[in-house]
Design a protein around this ligand. Structure first.
Ligand SMILES: Cc1cc2nc3c(=O)[nH]c(=O)nc-3n(C[C@H](O)[C@H](O)[C@H](O)COP(=O)(O)O)c2cc1C
Length: 399
């Protein structure tokens, strides 16, 4: 019997969320070529909107069309207001909330999309897939802060229920927070206070633009899991700073695309069995802050979700991959129709591929594309077909 997942929740700004299940942000890659929400996106969100989640976070919406993380992602542009309004209307027709996740890739923008990447500093990714970034000037930093604020305002004007800063997974906000990628010597780098200035100013700009009643949240890493990068200790301090600012919801995740902890391919067997990857971290955070907390990464069974909520250590359960193959999962868990959702492990048997988690994202994005076309998700989709499409290479002989 479900006791917690179905409970409504009031955010600090006063808005009420109908239940405790959220679809975490999933980059869809099915916008129009100019970044406008497409018919396929309307179909996908209409479907998810019937699925019973309390909140649907959009896939990352980019603040600058010249800096993208993958092709055909949504772009925050006032010219697309009517399209975003349609998206909001489709997603929210049954009382589910739609929040826009707002992002800039910084250095984590692949070379085929970004020939002139920017970041906090000129620290490149250790891969030929990415070019070395140029450090942003102070003027550009201030302009970007405005862009994040304007994107939040666009979300509000389109009738969405909230906005979320993407502060996780090694993108630009993460890059400013991490001492590994931010080696600036001005007021935007150096001490943790300085490295956190970018995200705090983004939040303040958004809040000034959307007013006190509009839900604002952030997705942040518990840690980057790399030597010299953003640590758990630092993450806890930044979360306390955000708490003091009046944030409505803090979603905890972890890892970067150099070290893909968010999709769990490098976690210990015991962590995967226990489901929530970053639970120990959130237990510590709960003691430090009053801001409502959401945990994403690994949740699969209603028993684990109910236990996490019952413990009082978090307020929302976030899920990503399950929503790609079970669009009705929130309804199913709450009604008891399903006790959980097995998501394929997508292992190829080739350790290098499996450890990198490189097929996780595209395999799931292909499922979103199917739903955008009105098709059912395909749990049996061949992982090697995805490999061949993504890499342009044939599957290895032994596979
Ligand atoms: C296809 C795909 C796209 C994703 N896109 C985003 C994104 O745009 N923003 C984000 O914060 N996380 C993104 N993620 C990470 C998920 O939100 C989530 O943190 C991760 O999948 C772990 O949760 P899960 O174990 O429930 O899947 C993506 C994950 C997948 C599989």
């Amino acid at each position: 019997m479900i006791k917690y997942l179905n409970q409504p929740f009031q955010l600090p700004c006063g808005a009420e969320v109908p239940n405790r299940i959220a679809k975490s942000a999933l980059s869809e890659g099915i916008a129009e070529a100019d970044g406008r929400p497409s018919e396929s996106l309307f179909n996908l969100y209409e479907r998810w909107g019937k699925g019973g989640a309390g909140i649907l976070f959009t896939g990352n919406v980019m603040v600058d069309k010249d800096h993208l993380v993958n092709a055909n992602v949504m772009i925050a542009d006032d010219a697309f207001l009517a399209d975003y309004a349609t998206l909001a209307q489709k997603a929210q027709a049954n009382g589910t909330q739609l929040w826009m996740q707002i992002n800039h890739p910084g250095r984590q923008a692949p070379v085929y999309l970004d020939k002139a990447p920017v970041s906090a500093s000129d620290v490149g990714m250790p891969s030929r897939m990415y070019l070395k970034p140029r450090p942003l000037t102070e003027e550009e930093i201030l302009e970007l802060i405005e862009r994040y604020g304007n994107a939040a305002l666009l979300a509000k004007e389109a009738g969405m229920s909230g906005a979320q800063i993407h502060g996780a997974h090694g993108y630009l906000v993460s890059q400013f927070l991490s001492g590994l990628t931010n080696v600036r010597t001005d007021k935007w780098g150096g001490s943790l206070e300085n490295r956190a200035r970018f995200v705090l100013e983004i939040y303040r700009n958004m809040r000034a633009k959307v007013g006190p009643d509009f839900p604002l949240g952030i997705k942040i890493n518990s840690a980057d899991f790399q030597r010299g990068a953003f640590t758990e200790e630092e993450s806890m301090q930044v979360i306390q700073m955000l708490d003091a600012e009046g944030m409505d919801l803090i979603e905890v995740s972890g890892g970067t695309y150099e070290r893909a902890a968010m999709v769990g391919t490098q976690h210990k067997e015991s962590t995967i069995k226990r489901e929530a990857y970053f639970l120990e971290f959130i237990v510590k955070v709960r003691k430090l802050v009053k801001t409502p907390l959401m945990l994403t990464g690994g949740f699969r069974s209603s028993a684990a979700m109910e236990a996490a909520l019952a413990s009082g250590e978090l307020d929302f359960i976030g899920m990503g991959r399950p929503f790609c193959v079970y669009p009705n999962i929130a309804n199913d868990l709450i009604s008891g129709e399903r006790a959980g959702c097995e998501v394929p492990d997508l292992l190829t048997g080739v350790p290098k591929i499996d450890m990198s988690g490189m097929l996780q994202t595209p395999w799931h994005m292909f499922q979103l594309a199917r739903m955008g076309k009105g098709l059912e998700p395909d749990l049996d989709m061949d992982i090697w077909m995805v490999y061949e499409k993504v890499t342009g290479r044939k599957r290895p002989e032994q596979a």
